[in-house]
Design a protein around this ligand. Sequence first.
Ligand code: CAA
Length: 381
Amino acid sequence: MRIELTEEQRMLQQTCKDFADNELKPHAAKWDEEKRFPSEAVAQLRDLGLMGVAVPEKWGGPEMDNVSYVVAMEEISRGCASTGVIMSVNNSLYCDPVLRYGNDEQKERWLSPFASGQKLGCFGLTEPQAGSDAAAQKTTAVPDGDGWVLNGTKSWITNAPNADTALIFAMTEPDKGVKGISAFLVDRDNPGYETSAPEQKMGIRAALSSEIVMEDCRLGPEALLGKPGDGFKVAMSTLDGGRIGIAAQALGIARAALEAAREYAVERVAFGKPIADFQAIQFMVSDMATRLEASRLLTYKAAWMKDQKARHSKESAMAKVFASEAATFVAHRAQQIFGGNGYSVEYPVERHYRDARITEIYEGTSEIQRLVIATSLLREA
Ligand code: CAA
């Protein structure tokens, strides 16, 4: 057994680390404060080939593997968690399902420009009454000639205010339940498609989330992704990959918090010596580093399983629940090590704590991850 990155993966890691140190970290607090989409950072991600990391060259990506993707995600999120999730949504929740379910015409139109970073995608599953209960879709897609008419509202859609196209899930045969959900590619310039003002959020405030409202939004037959009734399967299998991306985002946030706490602990003097000399601080730092390392191993394992094309629902749920709870733990302890300064916006750890919290909620709450793990375990037995 070998647990080490390849030469290529290590080079990518270094490139992403340098980029995060020079182009993300210095601006992350300001973007967060201004709640401004970091378009300049997203343009640089495009130049680095990070908007469709695992997409084949034929369809506009650099054709790297999913381990490379999580290595990059950790570094980018360490620099700016908002930039991390913008990248994650485009990679995991948009490009990945279009790659897996799209036909060649769809990939030409709806994958290549997104994987190469010229356009941005988003994922429209959540509705006001359909969060954890993703099957409770009320958006409808009714046949119209050879196409469809969509009506409904999606909520909390990350990237929606900036996205060119949304992958929208809608009921095509409501009496069939989850088997009556279908997936559609909907361009933002489609008449009847609107996005609301961005939500006011606790963290990741530079990644904008909003509602998508569809009123008599007409689509041609080419907008259907996969077969009618495949939508729930498309959504769930996509989230299996997305959760690995969020686990890697959580890793990046935790690492940023740990690095800040370590630096502070060796400099800050109390009772006549650096606080790093006290066991109270040392024990905290040990627990933070151990949970971070365990999170990384779970995340790499899940990404590797995806690379092997093995079912990875359980592994991605384990990675996400562990890494997201570790990120909150690590950011909490970092704030504690900073003491009063940790509560000030002048220091980065209050932002890391705010950013960490969402990783336990979006792409399935920690409770949903535990449900997925238990269901997989019991099915395996
Ligand atoms: N892959 C393929 N098929 C799957 C699947 C998977 N991972 N998981 C379930 N399915 C299939 C099942 O096999 C089943 O089909 P069959 O009947 O043919 O076997 C069908 O889907 C229904 O499965 P369940 O009965 O398990 O479905 P459920 O209604 O009980 O829901 C759930 C299961 C795990 C709770 C699911 O609803 C869920 O994951 N909820 C959380 C939703 C979520 O993560 N939302 C995130 C929104 S996106 C977001 O947050 C983006 C962002 O902001 C960054």
